[in-house]
Design a protein around this ligand. Sequence first.
Ligand SMILES: [Mg+2]
Length: 372
Amino acid sequence: MKISKIALYSYKFQYRAGDYTFRPKPVEDRVNDSTVVVLETDAGLFGVGETCPLRPTYLPSTPESARAGLSILAKALVGVDAVGPRAIYRAMDDTLNGFPEAKSAIDVAAWDLLGKAANLPCYALFGGKQNDGVPVFETIGPEEPEEMVANLEAMRRRGTKVFQLSMGRGFEEDVHRLRSLIKCIAPGERVTIDANRRCTGEQAIRVVNGILDLTHGKDIWIEQPCKTYAESRYVRSRIGLPMLLDEVINDSEDLLSAVYERSLDGVVTKLSHVGGPSRVLDLIAIAASGGVKVRIEDTSGSAIARAASAHLASVIPRDGIFATYAFPESDFKLGVEGGILSDGILRPTGRAGLGVELDMTALGEPLAVYSA
Ligand SMILES: [Mg+2]
């Protein structure tokens, strides 16, 4: 079975109720530009993938760079054996250096295709479920403390137990807002305080010291406070809270080094950042051997990204789960979901592949088609 055709589609959307860019409400300039890959075979099967990089100041990727990479990869992959993902990945690496945001979408599609060929859900191909569903986190934006507490209560009513707060807006504001929220955190709830690399080491340490007395006995984490690995590592050595590393862990080598140097307690893996499910599975294995928790998500996206996160999160050993992310409802319906969110827990469906059924009519005409 060979890859006979690769089609690229795009769609733009906005989330209806904010997302994890720390903006609680939809904003006009926050349009997500997603690229969908449909990988077809000469046996009539097809797999679907998606990539939707965030704003260009976040990671070194954009929707345009994803599509540039995809056009190079698609030309090279037509005619290649469609089974299976690791061999296809090798063909991608032999064609193009870097561009994880492009490779991710092809890799997602290759796993979806393999699942459909085997008539098995992706989680079975990934090694099988190791948990009964993974808690999703929700982000509480930097509003006034009363509004933040009201948002927390609304999220609790939806079943959410993992919350992400932001820091990096100045010592006094950070400490004031964080103290108000942390006081409300109940047993069984988890909080991560994400600076998105905005802090210097000194700023991060001072903010943590300003809230530390409230964190005893609570499940409070700090997430990638500084721009660099070395500075974040320094902060972790000086604070009494566990730390997630996010943007500085690009690949297996980065995670191996961080585990070896005992520089982290958890790792964030975004599919389009690290290059797709094949790479995320490598990171899950390294994290498990190093006693590091894993949070699975993607930079942005909708039904396909959510399904890929659901299948990958379901194969993390129970002790290794931090959380996952389920993208909020958007103003664009990509198709039938392959990841089901219920009472704050995300689970994959048992349908073959990712379980997503794309609405091709909604996607419209392809941007480009590559075939033999
Ligand atoms: Mg983060």
